[in-house]
Design a protein around this ligand. Structure first.
Ligand code: ZN
Length: 135
């Protein structure tokens, strides 16, 4: 089942500067920061009320985020929806012929498991399904 918005992912070139900027602009709170090796990114999570923003800085030039920034510049990268169980949602869409990036969940930030649909599947929007195993 899809439960609703989990977070917005934003590609940035300078994580420290982006954190300071978002906090100054919104009064948001830095909740979490970690390197997600599987995606070659450093992630900072900022909460603004009920909204969670995930700032993503590439760690390598081959990171998907580095490729995104090279192609389209920094900015909104993906929309993440909470799903439980998320694998069942990926399976359902695969069966329906929807183009996926991930057929199987992989580790995300904050002990989540995540899977991405191909942007072609949603009119150019990169959709992420997120499952929080501790919820
Ligand atoms: Zn995300």
């Amino acid at each position: 089942m899809i439960k609703g918005l989990d977070h917005l992912g934003i590609a940035v070139t300078d994580l420290d500067a982006a954190i300071a900027q978002w906090i100054a602009l919104t009064g948001g709170i830095l909740m979490h920061r970690e390197v997600v090796a599987s995606q070659q990114v450093e992630v900072a999570v900022i909460t603004i009320g009920a909204l969670r923003i995930e700032l993503l800085q590439p760690q390598t030039e081959s990171s998907p985020i580095a490729k995104f920034i090279a192609r389209r510049g920094a900015g909104i990268h993906h929309l993440a929806l909470e799903a439980a169980p998320a694998q069942a949602e990926l399976d359902r869409l695969k069966t329906a012929g929807v183009q996926l990036i991930d057929e199987h969940l992989r580790p995300g930030a904050e002990h989540t498991e995540v899977g991405f649909l191909h942007p072609r599947a949603a009119g150019g929007v990169l959709l992420e399904f997120v499952e929080h195993p501790d919820r």
